[in-house]
Design a protein around this ligand. Structure first.
Ligand code: HEM
Length: 218
């Protein structure tokens, strides 16, 4: 009897799909996204955050806000480059974690730097341009977070929702400017350069795609 030919191995992207579609994948991402917070809380309790724990907390939360913003922006390009549509289901959670860490960053600043004194916070925002730019960036994230749920998408309609969510580009650019301005005072641009390069690739890819799509429509 002729033996059946061995079935060809599924491509790598197809093998990744069941893992990414598993309900536990979102739970894992949720837990992983809370690890930076756990690390800083543990550091504050165990007093291992260095000579200036308040500064370490404020900066750490700021770093993670920017990292989650970059991860959110990376979902669509990576999904297309690797032919892994299932990645799309993690974008909303990553975006909400960017907002969550942004709120913690602001709270740490307001509490540890300004003793929760509203007048001092407002004066600082008006006085220091890098704080103003950070505040604008966080404020732009508000409508994004508020409309990240299915009911909001339905109420707004997909085209309007998509237009509104382009605010994420302004958010990340303002966040970069905030970081650049803060480090400019210390003449230390190495890290800012790395984030700027990542954002340039992620936004550049979108611009290129938009130009190609427009040309194809002509
Ligand atoms: C989406 C919004 C924001 C992002 C992505 C962001 C990100 C960052 C980053 C990456 C840093 C530098 C951390 C480091 O040096 O490793 C930073 C520092 C800082 N940010 Fe933000 N930030 C945001 C909003 C805000 C807001 C709303 C405020 C206050 C109103 C603020 C106040 C500060 C302060 C006080 C520092 C530390 C400055 C210093 O230590 O000299 N940021 N932020």
């Amino acid at each position: 009897m002729p033996s059946a030919a061995p079935a060809a191995a599924p491509p790598a992207a197809a093998r990744r799909r069941p893992l990414l579609l598993h309900p536990a994948a979102k739970v894992l991402l949720f837990v992983a996204a809370l690890l930076p917070l756990a690390w800083y809380v543990w550091g504050a309790v165990a007093n291992t955050l260095g000579a200036n724990p308040a500064e370490a907390l404020i900066r750490g939360m700021g770093d993670w806000t920017l990292r989650f913003l970059c991860l959110t922006l990376a979902v669509t390009p990576v999904r297309q480059w690797t032919n892994t549509p299932a990645l799309a289901r993690f974008r909303r959670m990553l975006g909400l974690f960017a907002f969550f860490y942004g709120c913690l960053h602001f709270l740490c600043y307001a509490w540890l730097d300004k003793d929760l004194l509203l007048a001092d916070i407002v004066t600082d925002i008006a006085k220091r341009p890098f704080i103003l730019v950070g505040t604008l960036s966080l404020l732009l994230m508000l409508p994004l977070a508020a409309t990240s749920f299915n009911r909001a998408i339905k109420a707004l309609g997909a085209p309007r929702w998509q237009r509104l969510h382009r605010l994420v580009y302004a958010t990340v650019l303002l966040a970069l400017l905030h970081f650049f301005w803060m480090r400019a005072g210390k003449n230390n641009f190495a890290e800012v350069g790395v984030y700027a390069a990542i954002v340039a690739v992620l936004l550049g890819w979108r611009v290129l795609n938009a130009v190609r799509a427009r040309r194809a429509r002509r």
